[in-house]
Design a protein around this ligand. Structure first.
Ligand SMILES: [Zn+2]
Ligand SMILES: [Zn+2]
Length: 333
């Protein structure tokens, strides 16, 4: 079958929307008719890499679609099931991480839109192994960003290991920070938001943030004026934001790092005296993603989206790179 896909044509080469041949699903694979797929900063990141394991590669790891056909040996999903395609395409199933429910740490994992073909296509053939079922009633455009941004935000909150009533400081109020705020409120935490933009802080307050602070000296102010944070989650890649997050913490607080970036110089003595826990967070567990979809279908959890056509993917990636997209860009099919 000929389908149309947004493909990265080579390392640091153009992204083209082009016809491609899609075969029948092989053993362990399924054919999925896509409904929606979000475009993520990681797609821009992959486009900038000097080497790629698969060329050309169909991008997209925030996909929602319906299984049309299941290949031999597929047992976890069947035709008619609605599924989410994430960055995490498959794992070995045998290593210590796979066996302990931490498949995302598997050294032999394959990733959608990088080492496996992704979801920015009308029809995707993907491994069935890591697909997550998506409730039928959940709108595809709202569901798509949950596959990466929502999952990552939820996983970070899990890693923060907080109790009801405790304070979580969220650094960076883009899509992930927005999701984190909504999840935090549903867990009855006290979410505080820090960002460089007053406009974003305003939308955080409208959603129910307990307090908001402009980024510049937010760490000190959260510690002084808001009693300090039990956990601070950093969604931006900025070293300055990590530093502010460190400053905002109470004693025995947890610094959760999510945004990729250069880092900062850790004041080791102070970290030790305050018994600060530093926790890097990458995606979440399968169960986390199932919970995310359930929460979103029961109790509207959504971020602002900007709906696009598949043909607009190359231009959208450019706009994303230039920081010119408001809300999450989501392609519908
Ligand atoms: Zn992503
Ligand atoms: Zn493994």
């Amino acid at each position: 079958m000929i389908t149309t896909a947004a493909q990265l044509t080579g390392p640091q080469q153009a992204v083209l929307v082009q016809p491609t041949e899609t075969g029948s699903p092989g053993p362990g694979e399924v054919l999925v008719r896509m409904q929606a797929c979000g475009i993520c900063h990681s797609d821009v990141f992959v486009s900038s890499l000097p080497q790629l394991p698969l060329v050309p590669v169909t991008l997209g790891h925030e996909g929602i679609g319906v299984v049309v056909e299941a290949g031999p040996g597929v047992e976890n999903v069947r035709a008619g099931d609605r599924v989410g395609i994430t960055y995490f395409a498959s794992s070995c199933g045998e290593c210590e991480y796979c066996k302990s429910g931490r498949e995302r740490l598997c050294p032999k994992q394959r990733n959608s839109g990088y080492s496996a073909h992704g979801a920015l296509t009308n029809y995707a053939v993907v491994s069935a192994q890591q697909l997550i079922k998506v409730p039928l009633g959940l709108d595809a455009v709202k569901a798509a960003p949950l596959c990466c941004a929502g999952w990552t935000a939820y996983g970070a909150l899990q890693n923060a290991a907080l109790q009801e009533g405790q304070t979580v400081a969220i650094f960076g109020f883009g899509g992930l920070g927005n999701y984190a705020l909504q999840f935090a409120l549903r867990r009855k935490l006290r979410p505080i938001v820090s960002d460089v933009s007053e406009e974003k802080l305003e939308s955080a307050r409208a959603l129910g943030a307990t307090a908001t602070f402009l980024a510049e000296d937010s760490g000190k102010r959260i510690a002084k004026e808001a009693g300090g944070a039990h956990a601070a989650i950093v969604f931006t890649g900025s070293g300055a934001a990590i530093e502010q997050a460190f400053r905002s913490l109470k004693r025995a607080g947890t610094l959760v790092l999510v945004g990729l970036g250069a880092g900062f110089a850790l004041p080791v003595t102070e970290a030790i005296q305050k018994a600060i826990r530093i926790q890097a967070s990458y995606l979440g567990t399968r169960q986390d993603l199932e919970t995310v979809f359930r929460l979103a279908s029961e109790d509207s959890i959504e971020i602002p989206t900007d709906v696009r056509r598949l043909e607009e993917v190359p231009a959208t990636l450019q706009q994303l790179k230039a920081g010119k997209i408001q809300g999450r860009a989501v392609v519908t099919f």
